[in-house]
Design a protein around this ligand. Structure first.
Ligand SMILES: [Zn+2]
Length: 73
């Protein structure tokens, strides 16, 4: 089974996956591989596919706020 990891949402660098010690034998850490990433995000999953699913989840775009409700009153 092939797992595809999306790039880091912050810097665009490829993501890496490694075994995570201290968990079950299938536990994995997915992380941004860039050394210079300002955020350096990472997620843990109990299995490789769970870790990938968590990593690949992306929020929807920002909520739209009507102009007449976003300003000072
Ligand atoms: Zn990054």
């Amino acid at each position: 089974m092939t797992i595809t990891l999306k790039p880091c949402p912050f810097c665009g660098a490829p993501a890496g996956m490694q075994k995570w010690h201290g968990g079950g034998p299938k536990k994995r850490l997915v992380f941004c591989e860039s050394d210079t990433c300002a955020v350096a995000p990472s997620v843990c999953g109990e299995t490789p596919s769970e870790a990938a699913e968590l990593w690949n989840h992306r929020a929807e775009g920002p909520a739209a706020v009507p102009e007449d409700e976003g300003g000072a009153r």
